[in-house]
Design a protein around this ligand. Structure first.
Ligand code: ADP
Length: 568
């Protein structure tokens, strides 16, 4: 940074000298017309200065590139960390595309600003001050004429800038709408194609694209008008200098060389001033970008670093919900006073209509969200006081949509435990009934699964997810509809794998098909955010209450599907 500043000062000084030499050439060589050796010296001096100025310009870019890009690299890394550590609540309210646009577009803007503009602020600022100094020294009278257009320009700029700012804000909003759309339609490309909606998506994209274009055009037009007008006024100072300076030369109070130098300086003065105008526009955009970046950076991240938290490296797995209330939106409670006590190693089946709050209960257990009233304790400690890292590393999740990362099968199984021995990966894969299908693949464990694992079937992905959970060896296990929508032989294999996985762990299982929950120690029935029944399958059937009705409706509807299938 210091080096950069030193270079900038040197560069400005070097740029300021040539007109002084030109002045001497005119006044001391060309007008008295007899001093050839002085001409040679002066031209040599000019050339020397040019070479030095060129050298410093190269040096500044060279050093500037490193300083700028390093700052950006750091900013991008910080932004990514911030995104990773943000609580889910942050993501509930935002679109993925808009977040990605922050990472790319906004950080690009800040990037250009940091690399290319910050050094110029200093160099152009120095330039303006330097030139005004020299001008004032040469003739303060003429300098006043040069500065005459400045006050009206300042007034005009302040007026127009507020409008421009509004345009930049609209511009970036349109831009993030466009990226959101792009992101969504590419992620959902299979659905788009399956419903033959390419044309409609194209039209929706066009609308957003045209919106963006319109805002860009309006912003640019405003800017051009402003820029051309100020430019014209600014350069009108030169006419005054020619006129009044010319009169001085005729009256012999100024030499022609001094007038030439003066005019050269005035033109030189316009360059940085013009640049400041341009730069201001750019800065506004960069600030709009930076603001959105800081919104992410400043959002409260999850309390991973809380020094007051209790370290619990070895959970037993006893879970206690006590009159727990929770809602994603304040004023719209989803859980309304749930109380439940679970023994270590117990398997709980969560049952209830869709939207009853089953997944929400699980989200609280993973501490994706905190209860708003009541409490949730694990091994007798309030979950908010447990070290988050200890908690998360001992909770395993096998979800309905098993999410695999682009990489090999082995890497995906070892996701929660990077660097684990291959033997352990194999053992987990055996236990998950995955080994058989993995070795049937051409590359075996080295097979690339593709983005989100899309080169594998649903049942295969699930078994990899189960192997991942087995290897992770959590104390508390969550199975979220882990066996839905599979054919019977695959389901049997997965059931078997799950039975091995569940062994000895506190387990919460959500399944729509109630028959798959027979192995659960107790079933917990939720309705509209309340726990309405708790008991074994048999007990609840005998009670003939809520659960009984759920089972009956499900049997009837499946019987209807079967009979319909038979009829057709
Ligand atoms: P279940 O798993 O029993 O089907 P959930 O726990 O997923 O039900 O959802 C319970 C209620 O909470 C539903 O009404 C659902 O719309 C709402 N909900 C779930 N997730 C969110 C969220 N991220 N933001 C707002 N509301 C949500």
């Amino acid at each position: 940074m210091v080096l950069l500043l030193a270079i900038l000062v040197a560069e400005t000084g070097l740029d300021l000298l040539p007109p002084l030499i030109t002045k001497h050439i005119i006044d001391d060589v060309l007008i008295p017309t007899a001093n050839f050796p002085l001409l040679v010296w002066l031209v040599a001096g000019l050339f020397g200065l040019r070479v030095l100025a060129w050298g410093t310009a190269v040096g500044r870019r060279w050093v500037g590139a490193w300083v700028g890009f390093r700052a950006i690299e750091k900013m991008r890394a910080d932004l990514y960390r911030a995104l990773m550590y943000l609580p889910l609540r942050f993501y509930d309210k935002r679109k993925v595309g808009a977040l990605i646009s922050r990472m790319s577009n906004d950080s690009d803007l800040v990037e250009i600003y940091l690399i290319f503009d910050i050094p110029y602020i200093v160099s152009n600022g120095l330039m303006v001050v330097g030139i005004l100094g020299v001008l004032g020294y040469m003739s303060w009278e003429l300098t006043l004429w040069v500065l005459l257009p400045v006050p009206p320009i300042v007034v005009a700029s302040t007026l127009i800038w507020n409008r421009m700012e509004a345009y930049w804000v609209r511009w970036s909003a349109k831009w993030s709408r466009l990226t959101s759309h792009l992101n969504e339609s590419i992620r959902g490309i299979r659905v788009v194609k399956a419903f033959a909606q390419e044309q409609r998506e194209g039209q929706r994209f066009d609308r957003r694209n045209i919106d963006l274009r319109d805002v860009s055009v309006s912003a640019e037009r405003h800017w051009i008008v402003f820029w051309m007008v100020t430019n014209f006024f600014m350069s009108s100072g030169v006419f005054f200098v020619w006129y009044f300076g010319g009169r001085k030369v005729l009256g012999e109070s100024l030499t022609p060389g001094a007038l030439m130098a003066f005019i050269t300086y005035v033109w030189m003065l316009y360059q940085p001033l013009k640049w400041f105008g341009d730069f201001y526009g750019f800065m506004m955009r960069a600030y709009a970008g930076a603001e959105r970046i800081f919104e992410v950076m400043d959002a409260r991240s999850e309390p991973f670093q809380d020094p007051a938290a209790t370290p619990m490296p070895q959970l037993r797995g006893q879970v206690e919900f006590e009159d727990a209330f929770f809602g994603y939106d304040p004023g719209k409670p989803v859980l309304r006073g749930a109380s439940l006590s679970v023994r270590p190693g117990e398997m709980i089946g969560l049952v209830g209509k869709s939207g009853a709050g089953k997944s929400t209960l699980i989200h609280l257990l993973c501490r994706f969200y905190d209860v708003t009233r009541g409490s949730l304790q694990i091994d007798g400690v309030d979950i908010r006081n447990i070290r988050l890292e200890d908690l998360r590393s001992q909770i395993g999740l096998v979800a309905q949509q098993s999410f695999l990362f682009d990489g090999t099968i082995a890497e995906n199984i070892a996701y929660g435990k990077p660097g684990v021995k291959f033997d352990d990966v194999l053992r987990a894969s055996y236990a998950a009934n995955a080994h058989e299908f993995v070795i049937a693949k051409a590359d075996g464990y080295d097979m690339q699964v593709g983005e989100q694992g899309n080169k594998l079937s649903g049942g295969e992905k699930q078994r990899i997810a189960i192997a991942r959970a087995i290897l992770h060896d959590p104390r508390i296990l969550i199975l979220d509809e882990a066996t839905s929508s599979l054919d019977t032989p695959t389901e049997a294999k997965i059931q078997q794998a799950i039975a091995r996985l569940v062994e000895g762990r506190t387990t919460f299982a959500i399944a729509h098909r109630l028959s798959t929950l027979r192995s659960a120690d107790r079933l917990v029935v939720l309705d509209a955010g309340r726990i309405v029944e708790v008991g074994t399958h048999e007990e609840l059937m005998a009670q003939q209450g809520f659960f009984y009705k759920l089972v009956k409706t499900q049997q009837e509807s499946s019987a209807m599907t079967v009979s319909k299938e038979l009829e057709s």
